[in-house]
Write a protein that binds this ligand. Structure first.
Ligand code: BGC
Length: 719
């Protein structure tokens, strides 16, 4: 009896699930959209294609369709901004603060991309948000870009792999992700004016793949146009980028929204693909009048006078309604979501533990053993909260464990930990002799010194006032550590050679003044609310580091290809990307420039051996297998990286390119076989003359190893 009943319920459940699923098929969604569209007046439609507050756009209250609610940002749900950007009453907007984009990418763990997105999606639901304005996937073209910390990598393949998980993670929670900033927004200086010019090949090979993957593999529901111009037209309404490539070629059916205040022209916005205008009110503060947006009353007048067909507006509303029905904004019920759960905090910690990179470790300086009884922690970043910094990606963290707090919690019972600030954060400030003296004295008295420094992030939205270097709307002047930190590190090293340098920030600093004397260096990025715990776990060896650099660290800024080959818009508003496809390691390898730390580099407390490479041609692709063995004494994870090089090609190609990777966890002595299937696109490149991807016959080298400069295996395949 029980069994029959049980089965009956199972059948009922299946039928119901089937009904729910079929209600969400594209055809069913489109039918709902078309039915609603027919009921709307022109005024209602036009209202829907522009914002009606800082982070909302209208629904249709007469039909029971509520507003669409958006929120930054890439690594958490942003504190409430108030409808009109005014002050908000205290509210429960302190949420999970995940590590920032570069730290996620440094995990090289695509499953963590999904976990990251799931936390965001769940917290967005809880906070009543329909669209999360992230991920940011712009290519890291130069170390000075102020927003690198929000983005992911210099390598389009790594970006593409990480972004898909992130988008699916968010959207499986029933809310929309919004991939941004499309496209070529690789520097903040003059971001609202600069006109980026590059070859079609660079666009296709380097700058677009992350967006393409978000659209075609991730199925992202919305996309944000960038502030800058591309080939003379603003990106948010750019006929080529939006109409031709995104919507026509990639078949994007979602919503293209502007960056905040990025629409500049009604006709261009109408015809060149912008579906939703946001943030223009910033220029109308303190009295925003939303009907005066470019896509407001002017559009109504244009349609009424017959100058613009109503169908142009319909197409935009259709996309917005589709997103609304798909994510239960127009009907259905938003999921409840969860907020500040232990599981979310653990995800934040796990990402930090896998994303923090051990750059240098001489004489087994790390991990710190139980024999160490005194540590001098030095540096402002050791006890500075980072969550509210950076501009629009700021998060009011439910809590944030600083490196100092993390160390005290993890090792403080057995170890005497002192703290000295070491420097102050005043822009342009030179070395503070008294603080340096105090830090050096503390270092001398301790067995080990740990300097935690690097870039700063600001505390509030006003990034300029906060001396921020890693933030929206600012760039770094160069790669030199600010606030006299070079002097500080040198003095501490002189006082205690057993000094570990921990760097926070969105990317590289110039280490030339102290790197040779420093036995251990750790890159900690902005590691989120549990970053201090994760860092401490790594320093004491509770966690074996497994992060790998998602970008090259140059020795000095002048070595960077954008400086050497490319051009910044320093004197004019046109920025020519004459570095072309030679971004990051593609340049360092091809032009044989020695980096400080190579793309894909990251050390472990154990060692790995690679072996047994097989490469077999498989149609237009190739099947590659090899083994990785943990040859050390502790468990660890290795990111096995596969690069492809075409020996002879009609057009010049980079020396090698990342085309596959896998992160593998291994116990001491354990060996695992890794299989990577290279598809046709792993061998092809974009030929500007043919305006197409080409796969030329010839011999390709397949090289495999633990970084782009430490390749243990090499094979060949003839295609
Ligand atoms: C940023 C976007 C952000 C938007 C809304 C803009 O200034 O560039 O990334 O999503 O503001 O805050």
């Amino acid at each position: 009896m029980y069994c029959i009943k049980h089965r009956l319920w199972a059948i009922v459940a299946l039928v119901m699930a089937g009904a729910a699923a079929s209600a969400q098929t594209p055809a069913a969604l489109s039918a709902k959209v078309e039915a609603t569209l027919k009921k709307l007046t022109l005024e209602e439609k036009v209202a829907m294609i522009h914002g009606n507050s800082g982070f909302t756009s209208p629904g249709v209250s007469r039909l029971g369709i509520r507003e669409l609610v958006m929120s930054d940002g890439p690594h958490g749900v942003r504190p409430e901004q108030g409808r009109y950007w005014g002050p908000v009453a205290p509210m429960a907007d302190s949420g999970t603060y995940l590590p920032t984009g570069v730290c996620l990418a440094a995990t090289w763990n695509t499953q963590l991309g999904y976990s990251f997105g799931s936390v965001l999606g769940s917290e967005a639901n809880y906070r009543g948000k329909d669209i999360i304005l992230g991920p940011g996937v712009n290519i890291l073209r130069t170390p000075v870009n102020g927003r690198n910390f929000e983005y992911q990598s210099e390598d389009p393949y790594l970006v593409s792999k990480m972004v898909v998980g992130y988008v699916k993670g968010v959207q499986d929670q029933g809310v929309s992700a919004c991939v941004k900033h499309y496209a070529a927004n690789n520097i903040e200086t003059r971001r609202n004016f600069v006109n980026v010019l590059m070859s079609e090949r660079a666009l296709r090979e380097i700058y677009l793949p992350g967006f393409k993957a978000a659209v075609m593999e991730g199925g992202v529901n919305s996309l944000m146009g960038a502030y800058n111009k591309f080939r003379g037209q603003y990106c948010t309404h750019n006929d080529y980028l939006v109409n031709q490539v995104l919507k026509k070629e990639w078949g994007f059916t979602g919503v293209v929204m502007s960056d905040w205040g990025a629409v500049h022209n009604t006709i261009e916005a109408l015809y060149y693909g912008c579906d939703l205008e946001m943030g223009t009110d910033l220029s109308m503060l303190p009295k925003p009048d939303y009907s005066k947006f470019y896509m407001g009353d002017t559009v109504i007048a244009l349609v009424k006078s017959g100058k613009v067909a109503e169908a142009v507006v319909d197409e935009k509303v259709r996309r917005i309604l589709y997103l609304m029905y798909k994510t239960n904004v127009a009907d259905g019920v938003r999921k409840k979501g969860e907020y500040n759960t232990k599981a979310h905090q653990q995800t934040a910690q796990k990402i930090a533990e896998e994303g923090i990179v051990l750059l240098k470790n001489e004489n087994k300086t790390l991990p710190l053993t139980a024999a160490v009884k005194s540590i001098a922690v030095i540096g402002l970043n050791a006890d500075r909260k980072q969550s509210m910094g950076g501009g629009s990606s700021q998060i009011r963290a439910f809590y944030e464990i600083t490196p100092l707090q993390g160390l005290k919690a993890v090792a403080g019972k057995q170890v005497n930990i002192t703290y000295s600030q070491g420097y102050t954060i005043e822009r342009g400030a030179q070395a503070n002799a008294a603080l340096i003296q105090e830090a050096a004295d503390a270092a001398r008295k301790a067995e080990v010194a740990i300097v935690v420094g690097g870039w700063t992030h600001g505390y509030n939205y006003n990034v300029w006032a906060d001396n921020a270097y890693d933030a929206e709307d600012v760039d770094k002047p160069d790669m030199q550590m600010p606030f006299g930190q070079n002097e500080l590190i040198k003095a501490v090293l002189a006082a205690n050679p057993k000094t570990i340098v921990v760097l926070m920030g969105g990317g590289a600093v110039d280490m030339n003044q102290w790197i040779n004397n420093t036995p251990a260096i750790v890159q900690a990025w902005y590691p989120g609310m549990e970053g201090g715990t994760a860092l401490a776990n790594i320093l004491v060896g509770k966690v074996n580091p497994s992060g790998k650099l998602p970008m090259t660290f140059p020795k000095k800024l002048e070595d960077n290809p954008a400086e050497k080959l490319g051009m910044y818009a320093k004197d004019s508003l046109n920025m020519y990307y004459t570095d072309d496809i030679y971004v990051g390691y593609r340049y360092f390898d091809t032009y044989q420039v020695e980096p400080q730390f190579a793309f894909g580099h990251g050390l472990s407390y154990t060692t790995f051996a690679y072996g047994n490479l097989t490469v077999t041609k498989n149609g237009k692709g190739a099947a590659v297998t090899f083994t990785v063995k943990n040859t050390g004494k502790v468990a660890g994870a290795e990111v096995a990286q596969l690069y492809v090089r075409q020996e002879v090609s009609a057009l010049p190609r980079p020396y090698k390119e990342l085309k596959g990777f896998e992160k593998v966890v291994l116990q001491p002595g354990e060996e695992k076989k890794i299989s990577i299937n290279l598809k046709e696109d792993a061998f092809s490149y974009y030929d500007d003359n043919k305006h197409a991807w080409v796969e030329e016959p010839g011999v390709f080298d397949i090289v495999v190893g633990g970084s782009s400069r430490s390749l243990q295996l090499a094979g060949k395949v003839k295609m």
